[in-house]
Design a binder for this molecule. Structure first.
Ligand code: NAD
Length: 428
């Protein structure tokens, strides 16, 4: 999280301001939409395993709920900041809007590093976070989900705490729960698969056959692994992935020019998406500096780690072979880098469209919770494909007709929907 190299919230505001200007939004709507409607800052005291109390800082930002209850993940990260959470809550609003689901945008975070926390300490943080925010969240108010370094177990502890406080069952208070305890089949793979559904459509539009393409991926966590899986099924070849090495405090890239073996790499990856360098070297992978994933001779780049990775400086390293960037991570490209990508004619599938599969499946999870009836995995995945494909086609059609950059077209559709909902509610 390079939060000081580029402030994610400024970036989100800059992107919004450009679109507000393009859409000639009135000042009231601009003021309403360029910052979260509500923000919560909490302190979570936790009795650690050594008997001492440590206080963890947490945030929840609710950017806009004109289209429905807020929705957005909770990240556990040592460098989490309120500005990152603000930006991410804003991007959640545009994300729910672009895929046309009846939800608003929220995001949460706790400043902590699960690498250095026991299971019991993590449980106490989860329960403490929800205790502080029990009145701010809820199935018809704001629904959290997993994100960076949080998972179904964290969500289950949070749901359990909420239900204990309310004295009743509320499976819809949180999504990303384990299957069998209110979770939806297909949720784990939904974000990565969603990225590849949009990538498949982009390839069709550019008349490129997937089996003639190679891809390089930043990150090897939940999103990256499932994106690689489905892209391989389409016939593509991933030649490079990267990850963060906790012990060395830097990132590394892992390259195999003939294509990585997903199963083999998964087998030597920890639960945080960190690949063992020693074992990868034994398996014949070239170990390269972390930023090398961006400099590969491939047709497709998939940033699937964190924000601010493709910057004014690093964008110049992208090879001329690259035709498509599918932004799996949130905010991986800065506005300056965007200008370079536009000039070079690289087809960008913007983050809030490309990675909307997770929230779309979270919405399906809520629908199933409300019905108390659960769908088969194939039904979930095919509904997800339908939603992602139709959102992609809506954006790409607008982009084609008006000669727009895909990110601008996606913003126009999303911001218009939210602004219209605000107008109809009499908020602006
Ligand atoms: P994760 O924690 O499972 O994996 C993150 C991966 O990125 C790990 O492999 C980690 O080693 C790697 N990484 C971290 N810093 C890096 C760096 N500087 N260089 C190279 N690799 C680095 O997280 P995830 O759930 O896969 O999420 C990845 C991105 O996708 C995030 O931006 C997240 O906000 C976004 N996202 C996630 C979901 C979801 O459903 N999980 C949904 C939408 C968007």
């Amino acid at each position: 999280m390079k939060s000081d190299s580029y402030n994610a919230f400024r970036m989100a505001q800059q992107q919004f301001d450009n679109i507000a200007e393009h859409l000639s939004l009135d000042q009231g709507t601009r003021d309403l939409l360029r910052a979260p409607m509500r923000e919560y800052h909490v302190s979570i005291p936790v009795k650690m395993d050594n008997g001492k109390v440590e206080v963890f800082k947490g945030f929840r930002c609710q950017h806009n709920d004109a289209l429905g209850p807020g929705k957005g993940g909770i990240r556990f990260h040592p460098l989490e900041t309120i500005d990152t959470v603000r930006a991410l809550s804003m991007w959640m609003t545009w994300k729910c809007s672009v895929v046309d689901i009846p939800l608003g945008g929220s995001k949460g975070g706790v400043v902590c590093d699960p690498h250095h926390l026991s299971t019991s300490e993590q449980e106490k943080i989860c329960r403490g976070y929800i205790r502080q925010l029990a009145d701010a969240v809820g199935p018809v108010r704001d629904v959290p989900a997993p994100d960076v370094m949080t998972n179904g177990q964290h969500m289950l502890w949070m749901m359990d705490e909420y239900e204990t406080i309310r004295g009743a069952k509320y499976p819809g208070v949180i999504t990303g729960k384990p299957v069998g305890l209110g979770g939806s089949l297909g949720r784990t793979e939904a974000t990565g698969f969603g990225v590849v559904f949009t990538l498949r459509e982009a390839l069709k539009e550019l008349n490129i056959s997937p089996d003639k393409t190679r891809a390089s991926v930043q990150g090897f966590g939940n999103v990256a692994q499932y994106a690689v899986q489905l892209y391989h099924q389409l016939g593509g070849r991933v030649t490079c992935v990267s990850c963060w090495d906790q012990a060395e405090s830097k990132s590394f890239s892992f390259r195999k020019k003939d294509g990585i073996n997903l199963g083999e790499l998964r087998g030597i990856t920890d639960r945080f998406g960190g690949i063992s360098r020693e074992k990868a070297a034994e398996l014949g992978y070239e170990i390269l500096p972390g930023d090398d994933w961006l400099e590969q001779d491939v047709e497709i780049l998939i940033p699937a780690a964190l924000e601010n990775q493709i910057t004014a400086e690093s964008v110049l390293k992208i090879k001329s072979s690259v035709k498509i960037i599918a932004e799996a991570a949130n905010g991986p490209t800065t506005p300056e880098a965007d200008n370079v990508l536009k000039e070079r004619g690289i087809f960008v599938i913007p983050d809030f469209l490309a990675n909307a599969g997770g929230v779309t499946c979270s919405y399906f999870e809520q629908v199933q919770n409300n019905m108390n009836y659960y769908w088969e995995r194939d039904e979930v995945i095919s509904k997800l494909d339908l939603k992602m494909t139709s959102a992609f086609l809506g954006v790409s059609e607008l982009a084609r007709k008006n000669n727009l950059f895909m990110r601008d077209a996606a913003y126009i559709i999303s911001v218009n929907r939210v602004a219209e909902a605000c107008r109809q509610r009499g908020w602006s």
